[in-house]
Design a binder for this molecule. Structure first.
Ligand SMILES: Nc1ncnc2c1ncn2[C@@H]1O[C@H](COP(=O)(O)OP(=O)(O)OP(=O)(O)O)[C@@H](O)[C@H]1O
Ligand SMILES: [Mg+2]
Length: 287
């Protein structure tokens, strides 16, 4: 484990038109962790991920966001190193983020956009080595047959797998995935989540994935950070976040999080728990 955490949030705040979406969140994610950000719709998952990837700026009275050992944001100031930091961060969105008219293979090569001169990525001038890297990533993700198809012709699950392949080509050290399986059928959900798990276990990439089903979060992540109304209401080993606690923490909102995930085999949950530095658990005030 490296000395610096993958993500460090110190009193992160974000409001939109005076309405707080993230209300002073502080947390630390170590390199190599696989963490689920759990929360009902509107709880702040996307905003937090956008803040961690530098796509959204904090409020002026917020603290610091450190990513991979470097300060990304301090108050509302975005670091001058933001571009360099982002080079090491792969972001996967709920809404598919490929360029539809370009072949899958070219989309995957876009993972190199931060590393090669702009003119090369715009004109598609990639070296033989770079192309081989993309084909290798596509093979790993089971997309070799689709490599030269336009991205727009892929299914949702295939598009998400292509986005994961792009983070491999990017050689991202941290992957932030915002509800990558929200629009997918059970079979594709499982495949995409399995690949995120593989990325973490085989490549040692830190994975932070937002989800709104506790069953998926528990199945795939050792640690869950649960958000409600822009605040962390639970942070600890996934097995401790059982349905009873979810109901206590979320009240009415629990139903959305407890929705069953069809097609997940009855795996033993929480098989790989790792020691965890902090457990935060606060009773929901209005539950
Ligand atoms: N660009 C924006 N402008 C105004 N309000 C916003 C903006 N982005 C987010 N919000 C508000 O911030 C709060 C948190 O939204 P966010 O999208 O982060 O939630 P979420 O947990 O990702 O929800 P979902 O599960 O529906 O994706 C919501 O009240 C939302 O309306
Ligand atoms: Mg969202």
């Amino acid at each position: 484990m490296t000395a610096h955490p993958a993500v460090l949030l110190e009193n992160t705040r974000k409001s939109f038109s005076g309405k707080a979406a993230i209300k002073g969140v502080s947390l630390r994610i170590e390199a190599g962790e696989r963490v689920a950000l759990l929360g009902a719709s509107g709880s702040g998952k996307s905003t937090l991920i956008r803040l961690m990837s530098g796509l959204e700026r904090q409020d002026a009275d917020a603290g610091r966001i450190e990513v991979l050992g470097r300060t990304l944001q301090s108050g509302s100031d975005l670091s001058r190193m933001a571009r360099e930091i982002r080079r090491d961060v792969g972001v996967i969105f709920q809404q598919f983020n490929l360029v539809g008219r370009l072949p899958v293979h070219t989309n995957v090569l876009m993972g190199l956009a931060g590393q090669v001169p702009l003119w090369r990525s715009l004109t598609g001038r990639f070296s033989v080595e770079e192309r081989a890297l993309a084909l290798d990533a596509l093979t790993r993700l089971g997309l070799l047959p689709q490599s030269f198809q336009r991205a727009s012709t892929l299914s949702g699950g295939q598009q998400q797998r292509a986005a994961i392949a792009r983070t491999l080509v990017q050689r991202a050290k941290l992957v932030l995935a915002d509800e990558p399986v929200a629009s997918l059928d059970p079979e594709s959900t499982k495949r995409v989540m399995d690949h995120l798990l593989e990325l973490n276990e085989q490549q040692g990439i830190t994975v932070v994935v937002s989800l709104h089903q506790v069953e998926l979060a528990r199945r795939y992540c050792q640690r869950i950070i649960a958000l409600r109304h822009g605040e962390v209401i639970f942070d600890g080993p996934s097995h401790l976040l059982n349905p009873a606690l979810i109901e206590r923490l979320y009240g009415q909102g629990a139903r959305e999080l407890l929705a069953p995930v069809a097609g997940l085999d009855a795996v033993s949950l929480d098989a790989r728990q790792t020691p965890h530095p902090s457990i935060t658990q606060m009773p929901a005030s209005a539950a």
